[in-house]
Design a protein around this ligand. Structure first.
Ligand SMILES: Cc1ncc(COP(=O)(O)O)c(C=O)c1O
Length: 353
């Protein structure tokens, strides 16, 4: 990327498979725009339902192995829609302590009682799930990949607890989708479990914009008629829908992209650790390097940028106070040599700080 006219290596984006700039994806966006125009022109339930919305929903449902899918305008709105529709007053939501802000906001808005369990702790989940009053509906809400630490949800431990306690499982896997699992279906595929409702977005691995929910046909109907963040907003613009459709094909046809991404991420993580950084529990393409204070983190971020590498400084309130960090998000198109150079730079910057 170019920053103020200077070329900079981008290790801070949300475009891990480098599909946002892929000529095939760009052409698909242009095609969809030529065919349908630049806007859906209205809410889906009234005048904004387009053929391309339905094509994309069918493709996303098939990819996710679900009966149906429903598009939302953003991942934030998908979480709001799903959680406020499935849970209400008298219900209990069990939410991982590290869940994304959009889940936290959705829980608040739902009117359900929200009980937060310790991050990835199946025993704490079980203790709290067993205490749900008889007759109350329980919902377990999780992120697939925790976006500030880069660790995965321990679904193979948490989902069996949910099943034993009769909880509905909602998984927000916007980071895992297209990247993790043999076919790129995400964290649930990686962990070998099934969830009831999957939230994915189009704005990360698929290089576009928008989001979707993959679920049963009856949950889709319920969302279609009840989810206010779906009903009272404009349908997804045709360009991003066309881009996502094409990107989804590429994700399925070119597994080498996610393989390269995960290999480069592992190389970066190992290199940063060797250079003395604490990369926390990361096992994915989100690689943090813990620094501690806000000032030291932002200074490191600025000095790296001056030297041509952009890794994002992350501070409170995105992470707890005292745990400020650099957050690296490599891309599949970075080469092994590029990653070596990035590690060398951060080794040097650490030595002089
Ligand atoms: C875990 C998680 N869920 C949801 C979202 C929101 O997605 P969107 O940007 O499509 O609104 C994000 C955004 O980064 C995220 O990290």
């Amino acid at each position: 990327m170019r920053v103020d006219g200077r070329e900079v290596w981008m290790l801070a984006g949300s475009n891990p498979l480098d599909l946002a700039g892929d000529p095939r994806v760009i052409e698909a966006a242009a095609d969809a725009t030529r065919r349908y125009g630049t806007a859906a022109g209205g809410a889906r339930l009234i005048n904004g339902n387009l053929g391309i919305h339905e094509d994309l929903e069918s493709a996303l449902a098939a990819f996710s192995g679900a009966e149906a899918a429903l598009l939302f305008s953003t991942g934030y709105m998908a979480n709001l829609g799903v959680i406020t529709t499935l849970a209400g007053a008298g219900d209990v939501i069990l939410s991982d302590a590290f869940n994304h802000a959009s889940i936290i906001d959705a829980c608040r808005l739902s009117g359900a009682e929200t009980r937060v369990f310790r991050h990835n702790d199946a025993a704490d989940l079980e203790r709290q799930a067993r205490a749900i009053p008889p007759g109350a509906h329980g919902i377990l809400v999780l992120d697939g990949v925790y976006s500030m630490d880069g660790d995965c949800s321990r679904l193979s431990e948490l989902v069996p607890v949910a099943r034993a306690c009769g909880l509905t499982v909602v998984l927000d896997d916007v980071h895992g989708l297209g990247v993790l699992g043999k076919h790129g279906r995400g964290t649930a595929e990686l962990e070998g479990v099934e969830v009831d409702v999957l939230v994915g977005n189009l704005g990360k691995a698929l290089g576009s914009f928008g989001a979707f929910v993959a679920c049963s046909s009856s949950v889709r109907e319920w969302l279609l008629n009840r989810a206010r963040s779906f009903i009272f907003t404009c349908g997804l613009a045709p360009g991003p829908a066309g881009a996502a459709l094409r990107a989804l094909e590429i994700v399925q046809d070119e597994p080498e992209r996610r393989e390269a991404l995960l290999a480069r991420s592992e190389q970066l993580r190992a290199g940063l650790r060797d250079a003395g950084y604490d990369t926390g529990p990361s096992t994915t393409h989100v690689v943090p390097a813990l620094v501690g204070s806000n000032a030291a983190t932002m200074s490191l971020c600025e000095r790296a940028l001056e030297r041509g590498v952009y890794a994002q400084g992350i501070r409170y309130p995105s992470v707890p106070e005292g745990t400020a960090r650099l957050r690296f998000t490599p891309m599949c198109s970075h080469g092994a040599d590029d990653i070596d150079r990035v590690v060398d730079l951060f080794r040097e910057l650490r030595a002089v700080s």
